[in-house]
Write a protein that binds this ligand. Structure first.
Ligand SMILES: *[C@@H]1O[C@H](CO)[C@@H](O)[C@H](O)[C@H]1NC(C)=O
Ligand SMILES: *[C@@H]1O[C@H](CO)[C@@H](O)[C@H](O)[C@H]1NC(C)=O
Ligand SMILES: *[C@@H]1O[C@H](CO)[C@@H](O)[C@H](O)[C@H]1NC(C)=O
Ligand SMILES: *[C@@H]1O[C@H](CO)[C@@H](O)[C@H](O)[C@H]1NC(C)=O
Ligand SMILES: *[C@@H]1O[C@H](CO)[C@@H](O)[C@H](O)[C@H]1NC(C)=O
Ligand SMILES: *[C@@H]1O[C@H](CO)[C@@H](O)[C@H](O)[C@H]1NC(C)=O
Length: 559
């Protein structure tokens, strides 16, 4: 009897080990022959940048601020001078760096307070305003102002925020202020710069959407709508929020299916491209939000609190909601594979890239398995719903918890990070800490499209792009006779990327009034700038010209 039970226990131990250490089978999705040929390419930019890219922000000088947390001991990147911190451990290493896209080089930056699971946004003049974090970092505002030389570094303001902000989300507003919403045990929002008088406002919705023990409402999804309200999504619910009068305008239907969408059941969300080609009245501009991936209820507890860990299958669904319709309802679709911790990025041609993440488990340390190696393309304008998703070329590097990605001005996508462990662990059996930096090159960068790829020669702007003012763009189409008579001009706001949340990401499709031919290869387009700061909050945008689905390299414009 006793021996039998002992054997049973041995088996249990064996299976525990089996499931802990042997159950990973990363997902390579089956692709059709067409997808094999057109799925884009991967490029390993740096085998190691010395830190794991938990947070990333592209600046208007094509440099990327990358940072991790500061509370786990030394990273693999040294600081040049003897700039050491003696916090929990003595540490002379860097936890942030500035990556230069053009030269594929980087230099360390000096972070003093802990940025773990923090948030950020560019302000109207292109400085990164970076907020919150952990421990002594939870009320810190850190500012990084881009410069041409090598002198710029973080400036930290130790106690600016009114509330602790750990896992909050930021959005720049039409007047250039930044709203900071939520965070762990922070059912409030506040503004940067601080609101005069009352500085912090309660939002009960954030408390109501918190699941006991699991949360599932952190890093809420925010999208600023042209009508001047903020769309806020947490867990499964969403509201239209008037942040001027501090009131909920309306609540949308709950997203169908039981799946949870926010941290740690992390899904992602994107505001589909806003078209300014027709309607001028901002109250009538249609806006549509899409939410993909996540995890079913209980998934986090099963992964994080059960021994052995149980990695539940992730959510396979996406929902689209026309948030400006009077009575919108979610339209649900199925991704080719389940996905938790996906990043959703707007590509310059208006397609959505779904990248990074896993097919089982949730966000959190050691809480997911089965990385999904193939990005997915979603074509929102494809009329046939069965043809909207396409499986793209796989990476070889799993990008799990604490990874990030963003769109670069040259149309590539920058990907870094993945560290599902408490500390840096390069010997972990599964998903060791990833310090590499990769680029994904969507198929529009294939050489076969170089003939139709427009290049912007000049933009006739006297300084900034002004609201409601037209401007002219001259451009070249290299292949003779290939111009199809139409181009699309788009502004893309560079996003702050962390935890599958691309804060401030938005695309504006501008109105092109006419195109005239100037010479054999050169053309000139008359374009209407964005109408107001509700559609385009002030700041730097990447301006892409798209011809036959192929984008130019973007030039930066300041709106
Ligand atoms: C980081 O540094 C550690 C300790 O020196 C080393 O063992 C590890 O291989 C390094 N990792 C990478 C990716 O360079
Ligand atoms: C770091 O701080 C601890 C505690 O204050 C101190 O004992 C230690 O000597 C310091 N280490 C260095 C290298 O300064
Ligand atoms: C953006 O932040 C920088 C750094 O704090 C500041 O100098 C600049 O004035 C800010 N821009 C605006 C428009 O507030
Ligand atoms: C814009 O549309 C709104 C809502 O239909 C309407 O109330 C408003 O008068 C319109 N504004 C203009 C300038 O036409
Ligand atoms: C992942 O999820 C699928 C679908 O629920 C399940 O069949 C599979 O066993 C899970 N894999 C692991 C390793 O838990
Ligand atoms: C790294 O992960 C392995 C499990 O894969 C564990 O045994 C080891 O203790 C971890 N190392 C550190 C430094 O945390």
């Amino acid at each position: 009897m006793k021996e039998g039970r002992f054997k049973k226990n041995l088996y249990a131990v064996f299976f525990t080990f089996f499931f802990f250490f042997c159950s990973t089978s990363d997902l390579l999705l089956p692709r059709s022959p067409l997808e094999m040929l057109t799925g884009g390419r991967w490029d390993l930019l740096q085998p190691s940048i010395g830190i794991s890219a938990m947070h990333m922000q592209l600046l208007h000088n094509n440099k990327v601020v990358i940072f991790d947390r500061t509370d786990y001991g030394p990273s693999n990147l040294s600081l040049p001078s003897q700039t050491c911190r003696n916090a929990t451990v003595f540490d002379c290493s860097a936890h942030s760096l500035l990556y230069d896209v053009a030269s594929n080089t980087f230099r360390p930056l000096t972070l003093r307070s802990d940025t773990w699971c923090s948030s950020g946004s560019l302000n109207a003049s292109g400085s990164l305003i970076q907020t919150g974090g952990y421990g002594v970092g939870e009320r810190v505002v850190r500012i990084f102002t881009p410069c041409d030389g090598v002198s710029c570094d973080w400036v930290e303001n130790r106690a600016y925020l009114s509330s602790r902000r750990w896992y909050s989300t930021n959005q720049i507003l039409p007047d250039g202020r930044i709203i900071i919403v939520g965070g762990r045990r922070a059912f409030t929002y506040e503004f940067y710069p601080k609101n005069p008088g009352k500085s912090v406002f309660i939002l009960r919705f954030l408390a109501e959407t918190r699941d006991p023990n699991e949360e599932n409402n952190l890093y809420p999804f925010l999208h600023l709508l042209p009508d001047g309200n903020l769309f806020i999504f947490a867990n499964r619910r969403s509201i239209l929020f008037d942040f001027v009068n501090h009131r909920i305008v309306k609540e949308f239907p709950v997203i169908p299916g039981g799946d949870k969408r926010n941290y740690p059941s992390t899904g992602s969300s994107v505001l589909l491209p806003l078209s300014l080609t027709g309607e001028n009245n901002r109250s009538k501009i249609a806006a549509e939000v899409m939410v993909c991936g996540g995890a079913p209820p209980g998934a986090f507890l099963k992964a994080a609190r059960t021994i052995p860990k149980v990695f539940v299958g992730a959510s396979r669904t996406c929902g689209r909601l026309k948030v400006t319709d009077p009575n919108p309802s979610w339209v649900m679709e199925q991704m080719p594979a389940p996905r938790v911790m996906p990043d959703m990025l707007l590509l310059p041609n208006g397609d959505i890239l779904i990248i990074n993440g896993a097919s089982n488990g949730t966000a959190g340390w050691e809480d997911a398995t089965n990385a999904v190696l193939n990005p997915i393309l979603y074509m929102p304008d494809e009329p046939d719903p069965t043809r909207r998703f396409e499986i793209l070329a796989p990476t070889r590097i799993p990008r799990m918890y604490h990874s990030a990605s963003l769109l670069l001005a040259d149309g590539r996508v920058l990907i870094g990070g993945s560290n599902p462990h408490r500390n840096y662990n390069f010997t972990a059996r599964h998903y060791p800490t990833e310090l590499s930096l990769e680029a994904y090159l969507p198929r529009y960068l294939d050489p076969q499209y170089s003939g139709v790829r427009p290049s912007i020669v000049t933009v006739e702007l006297a300084g900034n792009m002004l609201y409601g003012k037209s401007f002219a763009v001259t451009f070249v189409i290299p292949a003779f006779g290939m111009f199809d008579g139409r181009v699309s001009v788009r502004l893309v706001a560079p996003s702050f990327s962390t935890h599958s949340t691309a804060m401030n990401q938005r695309m504006l499709v501008l109105r092109v009034r006419r195109v005239v031919q100037l010479s054999v290869f050169a053309y000139k387009a008359d374009v209407d700038g964005p109408t107001n700061s509700y559609v385009a909050p002030p700041g730097y945008y990447m301006m892409f010209m798209v011809h036959r689905g192929t984008p130019s390299v973007a030039i930066w414009v300041k709106v």
